[in-house]
Ligand binder design. Structure first.
Ligand SMILES: Cc1cc2nc3c(=O)[nH]c(=O)nc-3n(C[C@H](O)[C@H](O)[C@H](O)COP(=O)(O)O)c2cc1C
Length: 202
């Protein structure tokens, strides 16, 4: 594949008007874009989704999200750490990806997903770990590099601009890795995270 052929969809942020996790997502998407990906971004706040219900027809914004995800080669997820895990609104947005099951698309099969969390303290990996379980259940490939931003009030200013240049660089690096892995998986049908090279003779 050539540059620009790989598509990466970002999903995240909180319901807060000024969201550190959304800013983190944007930084990671910048990295994917700089690495040649075409990117699109879905903010949990802007999606403004009802609770997932099996008997509720998917709202238009869910259809748009699922269209984008279906056409994508990779995703980047970013959630705040809420009470030791992902936020309810982020999980609800992911629950709506259930729509992909009815389209004959096996969820996130053959897509790579980069994971980001922001937290007030230092336990952001708990949200990352939860997200990794979700990615696996959706048959996706979680990129091994993950970014859990601790002490968000220091890493971001009151307008959610990233003030910690090191954090910004890490997020850009994650976006670039998602683009690289997505491109490799799309072009070769495998990626560095697969076990396509068993021992000789097997
Ligand atoms: C309801 C709620 C629960 C939170 N729970 C935790 C937590 O368990 N651990 C932690 O370190 N920070 C916690 N925080 C802080 C957020 O993770 C942190 O401020 C995050 O960067 C917010 O992201 P946002 O600006 O995108 O909303 C919590 C914040 C809220 C509002």
């Amino acid at each position: 594949m050539t540059s620009g052929d790989v598509r990466v969809v970002g999903l995240g942020g909180s319901l807060a008007a000024t969201s550190a996790s959304l800013a983190a997502l944007d930084a990671a998407l910048d990295g994917a874009r700089e690495a040649g990906a075409a990117v699109s971004r879905f903010s949990v706040r802007e999606l403004d989704l009802p609770h997932y219900r099996p008997d509720l027809a998917a709202p238009a914004q869910v259809e748009a999200l699922c269209d984008a995800v279906e056409a994508a080669h990779g995703m980047i997820w970013s959630s705040p750490l809420y009470h030791g895990t992902v936020s309810g609104s982020f999980k609800n947005a992911v629950d709506w990806l259930q729509v992909l099951a009815q389209r004959g698309v096996p969820y996130l099969a053959d897509k790579v997903v980069g994971l980001v969390a922001t937290s007030g303290g230092v336990q952001g990996l708990q949200a990352i770990n939860t997200m990794e379980f979700i990615v696996r259940s959706l048959r996706g490939w979680a990129v091994p590099l993950v970014i859990a931003v601790p002490s968000a009030s220091q890493a971001f200013d009151a307008e959610a601009n990233i003030v910690d240049r090191s954090v910004a660089g890490q997020l850009v690096g994650l976006g670039a890795e998602v683009a690289r892995a997505a491109r490799q998986l799309a072009a070769q049908g495998t990626c560095d995270y697969s076990d396509e090279d068993p021992a000789p003779g097997r």
